[in-house]
Design a protein around this ligand. Structure first.
Ligand code: ZN
Length: 72
């Protein structure tokens, strides 16, 4: 949902690289090239970045549940 701040295995910081990673992909770079440019070399960190699905924007678009006050 939200990119982990630190890698679960080696505790390297990942969250500060996520927006740049997305921008590089929009500019036409492959995922591998983007990770290389961001100097994400370890397999554990690459796994976290590659397997992450950014759902937060989708969830924020959802309408909140209506609150029924005084209705039964
Ligand atoms: Zn790692």
């Amino acid at each position: 949902m939200i990119i982990p701040i630190l890698c679960f295995s080696c505790s390297s910081t990942l969250a500060d690289k996520w927006r740049t990673y997305e921008r590089l992909q929009k500019e036409g770079r492959t995922k591998c090239e983007a990770l290389d440019l961001l100097n994400v070399r370890r397999y554990c960190c690459r796994n976290n970045m590659l397997s992450h699905v950014d759902l937060i924007e989708t969830l924020l678009k959802q309408q909140p549940a209506t609150i029924r006050k005084g209705q039964e």
